[in-house]
Design a binder for this molecule. Structure first.
Ligand code: PMP
Length: 449
């Protein structure tokens, strides 16, 4: 395994040509294309097991993509697979309530104390989209504040970029979104309380909610600065706006729970550990990814009086034919059960630390500027010589270097996400040997760069 992979990816290339004939852009999510890393055929996978997956040409890869996050137990985890099969044997969809949904709601509530009530949906996008509707219904206000570079799915209101200047009404980030909708969104820089305060001073009475990835996963992994979440919650509350946490990536990622109760956050005073979790508790939370154990899911929830806005109790409408389907719910329950295994997150942390240390040492040895942001088993590699604490700093990194790194790693059987903004995710299936092999490959890669 010590040299670069000689085998071809000709089958992937052929499949890509076929896919282009039938599927728009050849992919069912743009993040899967290799556009951001120089183009060409993405790798077509056909089988996954544990920390590995195999492409259409039978090349094996160590998987750090983890399907953009959900696959925290690795591929085809036996407990999850068994749960899905059991559900399938009993019929995958009834269109009626089931006992499973109650069991899963209880599990989530035990782990996430801010959830008085939850509702299951089918994706992170739906979950976030609905929290906004509920916040608007509850407050009677229309605008939301979000943070530049945070991704909250592809619904109209959150596909809005910052205009120029530190605190601006948004401009659409996608064709097909009217300016009238973008104008309901205010975008400010992450980790910048002064900008948030200024935005609230200007548009306060119209702001229904402040929405944030409490730990960012979408321009690399980025921690809130000491006091950022406390300040955000206090400013929002002082303004009568709700706080919405998008924990689609972060829930069950760093510990068995969410960022809301994560003891790895910096404290408001700069010391380790948040002293007072009540100071960072959101009103509404959006969930997805890991909680579905690899099947489609989303969920949102929060305070009882706010969730009472949702139909059939209240006037805010939200529904779903597939919502709460027994297959997704069963996979989710099985996934959370497996994550409860003692030592799970310590292990992810240990593997993450080894990966971080090895990558940093190797990059330094070969004179490649590299900033690594890591939180337990999730890390991001930024090709730059400065810290990355907000989107602007994440943009100011070397995309071409990342692309070269990505491609050389892929040739050696290491699969990363094809974007400089995405994280590496460790799974419970990765071993010390996988990390060691990855570091050898990275060392050879840095040497070539
Ligand atoms: N919120 C965050 C923080 C995300 O990272 C994502 C997806 N990457 C979403 C929402 C949207 O989730 P989905 O792709 O399941 O719609």
């Amino acid at each position: 395994q010590s040299s670069f992979l000689a085998s071809s990816r000709s089958r992937s290339e052929q499949l890509y040509q076929d896919a282009l004939q039938h599927i728009v852009g050849g992919v069912n999510s743009p993040s899967r294309s290799f556009k951001a890393v120089g183009g060409g055929a993405p790798v077509f996978m056909k089988r996954g097991q544990g920390a590995y997956f195999w492409d259409a040409d039978d090349n094996r890869y160590i998987d750090y993509l983890a399907a953009y996050g959900p696959i925290i137990l690795g591929h085809a985890h036996p407990h999850v697979t068994e749960a899905i099969c059991r559900a399938a044997r009993n019929g995958t969809l009834y269109g009626t309530p089931t006992e499973l949904e109650i069991e899963f709601a209880r599990l989530l509530k035990e782990a996430i104390p801010s959830l008085d009530k939850v509702r299951f949906v089918n994706s992170g996008t739906e979950a976030v989209m609905t929290t906004i509707r509920v916040a608007r219904a509850y407050t009677g206000r229309s605008k939301i504040i979000k943070f530049a570079g945070c991704y909250h799915g592809h619904s109209d209101l959150v596909l809005v970029a910052a205009g120029s200047g530190p605190s601006t009404l948004g401009i659409p980030d996608s064709a097909g979104i009217p300016n009238s909708i973008a104008h309901e969104v205010i975008t400010v820089p992450y980790n910048d309380l002064a900008a948030l305060e200024a935005a609230l001073a200007r548009w306060g009475g119209d702001v229904a909610a402040v929405m944030v990835e409490p730990v960012v996963g979408n321009f690399g992994m980025v921690m809130p600065k000491p006091g950022f979440l406390e300040g955000l919650c206090a400013l929002a509350r002082g303004n009568g706006s709700l706080v919405i946490y998008d924990e689609v990536i972060t829930a069950f990622r760093f510990h068995y729970g969410t960022v809301q109760t994560f003891d790895g956050l910096p404290g408001a005073d700069g010391a380790a550990g948040t002293a007072d979790f009540s100071a960072i508790e959101p009103d509404l939370t959006a969930l997805g990814k890991i909680i579905g154990g690899g099947l489609p899911i989303g969920a949102y929830g929060g305070r009882k009086d706010i969730m009472a806005q949702v139909a059939p109790l209240g006037p805010a409408y939200q529904a779903g034919t597939m919502a709460g389907n027994p297959a997704s719910i069963s996979a989710g329950i099985a996934c959370l059960q497996a994550l409860q295994e003692p030592g799970t997150y310590d292990r992810l942390d240990k593997l993450g630390a080894a990966l971080e240390a090895g990558l940093a040492k190797s990059a330094q040895r070969h004179g490649v500027p590299l900033t690594i942001n890591r939180i337990r088993g999730a890390l991001s590699t930024h090709f730059c010589d400065h810290p990355v604490t907000n989107y602007e700093e994440a943009q100011d990194t070397d995309g071409e270097q990342f692309a070269a790194f990505f491609r050389l790693m892929l040739e050696q059987g290491i699969c990363l996400a094809p974007s400089k903004y995405e994280a590496w995710f460790l799974t419970t299936a990765h071993t010390e040997e996988d990390v060691a092999y990855t570091l050898e490959a990275a060392d050879r890669t840095f040497a070539r760069m």
